[in-house]
Design a binder for this molecule. Structure first.
Ligand code: NAD
Length: 406
């Protein structure tokens, strides 16, 4: 990401002072979190919240629970959120949080106490107008409900807009669960139009069968694409004639994995990336397309459902091959866009129909795609660099207009 930032800043001719402002997080908080464990002993956890940039509005970004989470990672992810929010032009800056812990070894009670203590510890920088967290790795709707309740208890009123990704009954938004997959489907549709291709003649390989990959595949299947392969962490299934994705998802729900789906052959996840197809949707995890396999990728179009699935060196190889890549900060921004809708609905106290959410999401995704595409043509660069140019320019212009407070 640092490389993309530098290339884009250079193309924009951004002055060095502003570059330094945009590279540095606005605020970082590290907190010690004493928690009473079920065995009666006290354990002290470490938590982080980084607010990369709040010039365009409250910070937005998930909270992850993982044994190896660290300040550098949270810092990088918070900057990523700044650029993602700016690409889709939602009035948020970037933030990210994390707690070093292993949720698999913790009881629900321990997780609740940890979440509440973390929320209390970062209270001073939290709030609907300051910083609005969301779920991330190993956190979910329940975690957000605890954050919302703890914050509300402190401020003495129910404040649903302090987090997004909440359960529907606590002010969550309709359409949020499908939002990222829907954004993937919509950006793929827009990219195909530019390439003069049609869904029904398009073979798609999807990596990942979770919230982004699984739902993305279902929506694309509904639009008429031929999904020839989908994978999970255990391996991939493929059928050159196209998979019946609703049946695949039902099988996954029943058995917990894709393997064993009748009417499909099985292969490794790595091999699936190299299958003949027109579109590849990496929607699992980072660093999946590397200098080792980039040369063997057949797809003409890559839609980055996951964050950071393509390494810098693979990017260069694919660009040379003429592969179009719709970058993560655009392709998977459907999630943060509907999070923005959730925040808006909470603040209005008026909740939208699913149709309104989906229509508004479509408008934003199509406009953002067009904005990035126009930047790509103007600066004669990749879509990734174009997305960074667009977002950096949006944030920089806010600084120019607001001036620097002294
Ligand atoms: P998830 O946990 O719901 O699903 C992940 C899926 O990937 C699972 O099916 C898992 O089995 C599979 N997987 C893991 N490692 C794999 C591998 N090596 N090969 C193939 N499959 C593998 O997660 P998700 O919410 O779908 O997130 C996926 C990616 O999208 C992550 O990079 C995440 O940061 C990013 N993302 C998610 C959202 C969102 O709204 N959920 C928004 C933006 C970005």
């Amino acid at each position: 990401m640092a490389r993309n930032f530098n290339v884009a800043a250079e193309k924009l001719g951004l002055d060095e002072g502003l570059r330094e402002v945009l590279r540095r997080p606005d605020r970082e908080l590290t907190v010690a979190l004493p928690v009473l464990m079920d065995d009666g002993k006290l354990k002290v956890f470490t938590g982080y919240r980084v607010q990369h940039n709040f010039s365009r509005g409250p910070c937005k970004g998930g909270i992850r629970y993982a044994p190896d989470v660290n300040l550098d990672e949270v810092r990088a992810l918070s900057a990523w959120m700044t650029w993602k929010c700016a690409v889709v032009d939602v009035p948020f800056g970037g933030g990210k949080g994390g707690i070093i812990c292993d949720p698999r070894t913790m009881s629900l009670g321990e997780l609740e106490r940890l979440t509440r203590r973390y929320t209390a510890a970062i209270m001073d920088i939290l709030g609907p107008d300051r910083d609005v967290p969301a779920p991330d790795v190993n956190t979910n709707e329940q975690t957000m409900a605890w954050v919302m309740d703890t914050y509300s208890m402190h401020v003495r009123r129910t404040t649903t807009a302090v987090v997004t990704g909440k359960p529907l009954v606590l002010g969550g938004s309709r359409g949020r669960r499908e939002a990222t997959g829907r954004g993937v489907m919509l950006t793929c549709r827009e990219a195909l139009k530019k390439l003069g291709m049609r869904p029904e003649n398009t073979r798609v390989v999807v990596q990942g069968a979770g919230n982004v990959g699984g739902i993305g595949a279902e929506l694309m299947h509904r639009e008429g694409y031929k999904i020839v392969s989908i994978s999970d962490m255990y391996g991939a299934i493929a059928n050159e004639k196209g998979l019946d994705i609703p049946a695949v998802m039902a099988h996954q729900k029943k058995t917990g994995r894709l393997a064993g789906f009748p009417g499909a052959r099985e292969l490794t996840g790595e091999a699936a990336l190299e299958l003949p197809c027109e579109v590849l949707v990496p929607a699992a995890t980072e660093n999946q397309i590397t200098s080792k396999n980039a040369d063997r990728i057949h797809a003409r179009l890559i839609i980055e459902g996951a964050n950071g699935p393509t390494t810098d060196s693979a990017d260069a190889i694919l660009e040379k091959k003429g592969v179009m890549i719709v970058p993560d900060i655009l392709a998977n921004a459907g999630g943060v866009t509907v999070s923005y809708f959730e925040w808006v609905q909470d603040r209005m106290g008026y909740f939208w129909t699913e149709q309104r959410v989906n229509t508004s999401l479509e408008q934003i995704m199509v406009k953002s795609f067009d904005d990035v595409y126009a930047m790509m043509q103007k600066y004669k660069c990749s879509m990734r660099i174009a997305a960074y140019i667009l977002s950096i320019d949006r944030v920089a212009s806010v600084y120019r207009l607001r001036g620097v407070f002294a």
